[in-house]
Design a protein around this ligand. Sequence first.
Ligand SMILES: Cc1cc2nc3c(=O)[nH]c(=O)nc-3n(C[C@H](O)[C@H](O)[C@H](O)COP(=O)(O)OP(=O)(O)OC[C@H]3O[C@@H](n4cnc5c(N)ncnc54)[C@H](O)[C@@H]3O)c2cc1C
Length: 509
Amino acid sequence: MSKNTVDVVLVGGGIMSATLGTLIKQVQPDWSIEIFESQSEVATESTNAWNNAGTGHAALCELNYMPEAADGSLSPEKAIDINEQFQLSREWWSHLVQQGILGTPSSFINATPHMTFVRGEENVDYLRRRYEILKQEPLFSDMEFSDDPAQIAEWAPVLVDRRGKDEVFAATRSESGTDVDFGAVSHQLFDHLVANGAKLHLGHRIRKVKRVKDGTWNVHVRNRAGHGPSVVNAKFVFVGAGGGALQLLQSSKIPEIRGFGGFPISGKFLKTDNPDIVAHHRAKVYGKAAVGAPPMSVPHLDTRIVDGKESLLFGPYAGFSPNFLKKGSWWDLPGSIRLHNLGPMVKVGLTQWGLEKYLLGELMASREKQMDTLREYMPAARTEDWEMITAGQRVQVMKKDPQKGGILQFGTEVITGGEGSIAGLLGASPGASTAVHAMLGVLRSCFPEQYANEWEQVFNAQIPALVSGGLNTDADAAAASLAETGRVLGLIPEAAPAAVAAEPAQADA
Ligand SMILES: Cc1cc2nc3c(=O)[nH]c(=O)nc-3n(C[C@H](O)[C@H](O)[C@H](O)COP(=O)(O)OP(=O)(O)OC[C@H]3O[C@@H](n4cnc5c(N)ncnc54)[C@H](O)[C@@H]3O)c2cc1C
C-alpha cells in the first residue's frame, strides 16, 4: 500500500470538480491536486452533453422559479437569485476565455433564446403577470411577451404550425438565453489543470474516505488496471462524484451527512437530427409542469449545440432504475439506506403522492403517448423523426426535517464537514449552470480565512458581479455584465468571440 500526501483530492470528473479545481489553481497554483475518475474519460455522467439538457439556467424561461402562490401572488426573488448565480458563471467563463484557459466560446456556449410557452386563458394570464413583474428587473429586461400567433410563429414557427385556430396561447422570449455544453467546459478545464501540474487518474474508483487522527483524510482507491496508489492521504477532499457522492460522504462518517438520502430518477429525451426540422427551431421553449408533477418534469423543446452540430431535444421523460449513476449499480439505492436516513426516506415515500403518480404515469406511457406530449409543443411532429435517448440519473435529495420528518428537495445541497476539510455536492437542479456559485460557496465555507484575506480579491477581479452584492440591484452593472460577457462569449450576434477576434489583428500586422 503506497501513501502519498496531497493538498487536494477531487473525486469525480464532472463540472463540479473541474470548476473547483480550476478556482483553486487560480489562487493557490502551488497546491498539489489529484483527481480520481472511475470511468476511462471525464464528463461521462450528468455533465456529459447528451446526459443533460444544456440549458444555461437563468430563470428566464423556467416557471418553477416563479410559481404562483396560493393567494395568486408572484414573487421574483428566486428567479432573480438563480439568474444572478448564472451571471457568475458567465463572468468567470469570460475571464477564462480571455486567459486562454477556455477555448473558442462557441465550443461550449451558444446564444439560444429562452422562451416560455403556455396554453389556456389561466396560464396566459399567469405568464403575462410574470412577464410584467420580471421585465422591471434589470437582468430580465430583454424579456418580450406575446399572445399573437403571428409573432410567436416568427419566434418559433414549430410551436404554431398546424395548431388549432381557436387555441389560446402565449409566449415570452429572452434573447440573452444560452445553450451550454457542460461536458466541453469540463474537458477544457481538466486539460488546463493537467497542463498545470494536477494529476488526473482515469479508471480509478474511490471506495471510501476515512478521517485520520491528524485531521487529514485517507482516500481509498481501486484502480481498474491493478496498479498505482491504493490510499492517498489528503488535506482537503471534494466529493464531486454526482450520484456517487452520497455513499462516499456516508463512508466519511461526518455528522453533517446524517439524515440525508437519495432517490434516483432517470432522464430521457426525444431527439432529432433531421436538418429540415432543426433548421426551423432555434430556442429553448419551456412549458408548465402538469399539476402535482415535480419541477424537473417541466417539458421543454430545446435546440442543442454539441461539437458545432445542432439537434433538437424534447423532454424530459422519466424512467426508474435504482442506480445513482448511469454506469452505477442496482445496489446504489438499497446500499445508501442507513438507520439515520430510513425515517426521512419512508416519510417522503408516504407523502410524495404527486411524484409517485407522475413516475408511474411516465413508466406506463406508450411511444404514441410520449409523442402526444411533444405535439402539445410541436403539433406537426412525426414519430419517425424522433428517437428516444437515455440521459443522466438525477438523485433527488431526501433529508430530515424537524417539522415534517422528511422532505424531498429538488435543488442542490453542498455538505461540508471535518472542520472544512471535506465537502461534497448532492442533488440535481439548477446544477451545472450554477457550478461557479456552488464551488465558490465550498471555498468560502471550507477555507474562511484564506478566502477573506487572500482569495476574495482575486475572485472579485475575475468575477465583478461578486462585488455588487446582487447584480440585479444595479441596473447599470447588470447591463454592463450582460454586454461584456455577451461580447467575450460571442453571444451578441454582431460581436465576434474574443478568441476569434484575435486572428484578424495578427493578419493586419
Ligand atoms: C436529465 C438531466 C438534465 C439536466 N439538465 C440540466 C440543464 O439543462 N442545465 C443545468 O445546468 N444542469 C442540468 N442538469 C444537472 C447537471 O447535469 C448536474 O448538476 C451536473 O452535471 C452535476 O455535475 P457533477 O460534477 O456534480 O456530477 P457528474 O457530472 O455526474 O460527475 C460525477 C463524476 O464522478 C464520477 N464518480 C462517481 N463515483 C465515483 C467514485 N466512487 N470514484 C471516482 N469517480 C466517481 C462519475 O463517473 C462522474 O464522472 C441535468 C441533469 C440531468 C440528469
